[in-house]
Design a protein. Sequence first.
Length: 268
Amino acid sequence: MKYIDKLRTIIKKKNTHLTIGIDPDVTKIPEFFFNEYSNPIEKFCENVIENTLDYATAFKFNIAFFEYFGEAGFKALENSLRLISDKAITICDGKRCDIPNTTEAYAKTYFDKLGFDAITVSPYMGVESIEPFLNRSDKLTYILAITSNKGAYDFQLLELKNEKKLFEEVIEKFINSYYKNLGFVFGASHIKYIEVFSKNHCHIPLLIPGIGAQGGDLKMLIESIKNELFLVNVSRAILYPTNPFVSRKEYLSSLLKSCKDYSEKIRV
Ligand code: OMP
């Protein structure tokens, strides 16, 4: 099944655009996982997925946090993807790109071996640098357009001589390429640009982080999106309790509460 069809089907079934960001931060995972399990990261991910799968259309795995745990992190990724199977979209957040033969190695790992549905990439090595991802026609590649951090102003929002912003030039280059299995990442802090882009490109998937811990305005965001193929990512605001010494029962109940709450709000 093509990515867009799978995305559309799951959004309809679960009636939400919520993506849960699985960012297992060793300093924030509740203490009991470390006391009770030999592979705490695997069990942490397992508990999050099993308790939230019905309320999330997608799960985005930020590879940085998994790399920290080495082999245990890789096992946690494999186990998580097995648990999710076809019940949600899986996104590898690696922001990877390199010269083509190196990108091919990333594509083999994340698409062919692990089986992710989609990946995030940085576009600044050019179209050819992400072609190995785009050549997997049933998968989707989310290209960074404007990111949620203030560093977006360093390069992405620079104005060019033709009066376009650099990120607009990037988007145009990819949209005019031969490939159709691509989408874009917009930080939730850039509502004005999300509104314009989603109005003009209602069939291009969007991935929008920056809600929750980063403080994006969810209500305004939802009102501004004119494209049904969007996903809004929430990581820390769902994953972590304020007190890391919570009991299992308290943790699971707060996880479920915040997940259900976001799931209901991220709906059109
Ligand atoms: P929270 O701020 O905890 O919800 O996490 C946001 C997640 O989205 C992290 O995994 C970030 O790496 C990622 N992210 C951004 O925060 N901003 C961006 O512009 C792009 C991403 C991303 O590509 O996912």
